[in-house]
Design a protein around this ligand. Structure first.
Ligand SMILES: [Zn+2]
Ligand SMILES: [Zn+2]
Length: 272
């Protein structure tokens, strides 16, 4: 059974109409496709929905549910960023979403009034690292602190790309994941997840875009998830229709190697 719950289309930062993703999914034998455009944020930006196109997004997905209902199950979702000063998951509940992904793409350290991107580009990452944090440990700690605050707030179904902080760390460019401070911070985050009904996604998005060559989260983290009984799903975080199942076979093998025999989504349990 093929499913994907992490899909971006032209309503946010993806390419193509949502219908193109539906047709691609059907042609590749998918049973389920979940749309998860980036929920609007207050700041002006070029990667999220806006308050004004959110209703169009919702009605487009709901129309596709009806049009292709006999061929594929379509779900309406959002990928929602954490803001410390408001419960954004609650805010979007009124749109009758089928599910949501909670993600951290930006951090706002104490004493700053602006958010800094974790995943925009390698050059932005290096600039934020040097100008704002001064060390990769401080940057990473702020990221995981924000992620734990998101987990504590809860209300969403899937935790997006758990270790996004290593997006530009190919070849250990910025740090080694074996460093005790990093392992300790990640494990503290997993211990918090353990008791909650949140699915961790294995996300192949960075591979399809050629930025990194290991799906999120790293295999050692996935193994620790398995040891804690944390459920996982597999998502492509697709931004162009033909990447809908990019690196799925390789990722499935990694998941199995970590001990898992099943994937859990908000609506299915799938044998690996
Ligand atoms: Zn994301
Ligand atoms: Zn995404």
């Amino acid at each position: 059974m093929k499913v994907n719950y992490h899909t971006h289309c032209y309503f946010c930062d993806g390419k193509g109409h949502p219908e193109e993703y539906v047709l691609e999914a059907i042609s590749r034998g998918f049973s389920v496709l979940g749309f998860s455009s980036h929920a609007p944020i207050k700041e002006i930006n070029d990667w999220t929905l806006t308050e004004s196109n959110l209703p169009d997004y919702i009605s487009s997905i709901n129309e596709l549910k009806v049009k292709y209902g006999k061929e594929i199950k379509i779900y309406l979702g959002l990928e929602i960023d954490y803001y410390p000063d408001e419960n954004r998951v609650e805010k979007f509940k009124k749109f009758n979403l089928d599910y949501s992904i909670g993600s951290v793409h930006m951090v706002k350290p104490d004493g700053f009034n602006t958010y800094f991107s974790v995943d925009e580009s390698d050059s932005t990452f290096a600039k934020v690292l040097n100008d704002v944090f001064g060390s990769i440990e401080a940057f990473s700690r702020e990221y995981y602190k924000t992620l734990r605050a998101l987990i504590l707030q809860g209300g969403f179904n899937i935790l997006g790309h758990l270790d996004l902080i290593r997006k530009f760390n190919k070849g250990n460019k910025y740090f080694n994941e074996n460093e005790p401070w990093y392992r300790e911070d990640v494990l503290k985050t997993l211990d918090l997840l353990k008791s909650r009904d949140i699915i961790v996604e294995v996300n192949t998005g960075a591979l399809s875009r050629g930025v990194n060559d290991v799906p999120y989260p790293s295999p050692w983290i996935l193994k620790e998830c398995f040891n804690r009984g944390i459920k996982v799903c597999l998502n492509s975080d697709v931004h162009a229709p033909n990447n809908i199942e990019c690196y799925f076979n390789e990722a499935k093998q990694i998941i199995k190697d970590c001990g898992y025999t099943q994937l859990h989504t908000p609506f299915e349990i799938i044998d690996l």
